[in-house]
Ligand binder design. Sequence first.
Ligand code: C2E
Ligand code: MG
Ligand code: MG
Length: 640
Amino acid sequence: MSVSYRDAMRAALLYGLLSVLWLFLTDHLLNSFLDDSAQLAHWQRVNSYVWVGVSAGLIFLARARLFSFLGMGARLRRQRLDQERLRQAAVVFDCTREGVLVSDHNGVIVHVNPALVKITGYAPEEVLGQRPNMFKSGHHGPEFYQAVFESLEKTGEWHGEIWNRRKSGEIYPQWQTIRAVRDSKDQITHYVAVFSDISAIKNTQSELMRLAHHDPLTDLPNRLLFTDRAEQALAYAQRHKSGCALLMIDLDHFKIINDSMGHNVGDLLLKAVGERLTAVFGKGFTVARLGGDEFAVLVENCTQVAQAAGFAQQVLEVMKGAFIIETHQLFISASVGISLYPNDALNAEQLLRNADSALFKAKSAGREGYALYTEELTAHAQYRIEVASDLRRALEQQELRVYFQPVHDLTTSRMVGVEALVRWQHPQRGLVAPGEFIPIAERTGLIAEIDAWVLEQACWQMCQWQAAGVDLSFVAVNISSRLFARPELYQLVSTVLADTGLNPALLELEVTESAVMDNSEVALEQMHRLRELGLRLAIDDFGTGFSSLLRLKRLPVQKLKIDQGFVAGLPGDDDDVAIVRAVIALAQSMGMQVHAEGIEYVEQAQFLLDHHCDLGQGYWFGRPMPARDLDWQRAPAIRP
Ligand code: C2E
Ligand code: MG
Ligand code: MG
């Protein structure tokens, strides 16, 4: 528009100048050649007609030029510009590194560029006429695609990360922008998707993340990642009312190796230590290098002090073997500091700090050892660890003994059975009660061996009594809840019965209430299978668990043993009286025998007899003792 305006102005100026020049020249010429005024007036008129004619011609010409400028010129110029733009767009379309895909309003692909071919691996003819879902990777659910379509509907655009599949099958991330193209009637005619392959960026990102969170020498998590994991573990433990332990490990006298053998050997040793720790702890643990010669292990789901101490012991053990570094054979020990959540600390930072103080304690105590943050815990844990390893030896050296405690019929006072109770004849500590080692054996898994051994001994002994004509109706053997849920138990019992030849009806297995109730379906099946062998089952320490009466009714159990805790309060404590009476009534209503343990006084026996309890066991009748000491004839009278 500005061009035609300028032309019009130029034409007007030219026309003005020409007219002034024309009038000046013609007037001057006429004045100088003609003296006659009539002639002059005539020629001046002629001159004005000529001028009007010339002016009309000029105006016509100027108009014609102007119109051609305004119409043809602008159109041609626009066409030229459009062509230029199209040419540029085509170059961009072909040369861009981003893949471009154009689909019609039905989603049918109508156009793709060479970059798309390169990124996806598909030739244009394999893509054209298809739909974009041919690239789907299965990485996103239907709701993802729903959101894309909704955004296109509402805003006409979507952009974001999307995982697609190449022709080779490889899944890769794209950054994609999709735009809906609308016509003059606002109807969608096409969709244009432009995307770039961001797998390289992603790889770089993850590599950067790895570098930021890992120690480059050992490739173990560094302090940053370790603290983060510890925080997560604590949060999880808090939610699930569980615990976790942090073991901080420091190599003893590492500096000497580093200084004397060089940093290269030192580095290789650190790497080897990292590998050893990772091999020991494996999944479910986080092993990290916090810096220098300091490592750490995060133990999730660790609620027991002894368990954490056991892991520390494992660290010390694993360090004992020689490290072969280049041509050197190196030995190095470690010290371990342990801190526990929630006992010692409530957040990750505090847990690390406390483990560090515990480590300092371990170092001061002479290295190659471990220490817990709390001193009493250290002593306690050390004791438990010692007992566990001692117990292994005890089994090998046959230091365990089986004692038998008499069980009497309350009505007749006659001894009718015995309960087998294990003892440990310790070379230094003398006779150790099961309460001191059974829980440790349960945690270390040794309980299976102990129970198997006691069962075998008890069955042999019962066979011998039978052969000697001793009239006993049962020998009771305790089975740990750890063992009770395991399928090997059935095998064990049937083998022992077969080996000893004991009549199964003379064997009674005692299981605690919690063992039966915690995993009731498995326990129920186990009980039915054991019953098929012909033996009897009793629930020990009844009243201490939370038995559901409904479940109790389903159990193939012949006896309830009232826990000694309730018997202790008889006959004075009203609560104990009420509980004992209720248990007796319950057992009788279910057709079970009822057996009271822990009877220390005649009054207790009397009360139980008065309330129709069937059997009694306790110091008043007789303590647990070796088989040879049992007095079969003893029948203490309950009534004076
Ligand atoms: P339990 O099966 O309830 O055994 C009864 C416990 O009460 C025995 O303790 C016994 O000595 C004690 N006791 C008996 N009469 C009296 C009494 O009048 N007063 C008092 N205060 N105590 C009495 P013990 O032998 O120390 O055994 C403790 C627990 O250890 C047993 O409780 C049982 O749960 C477990 N246990 C013993 N031997 C074995 C075994 O071979 N295997 C397994 N898994 N556990 C065993
Ligand atoms: Mg028992
Ligand atoms: Mg008991």
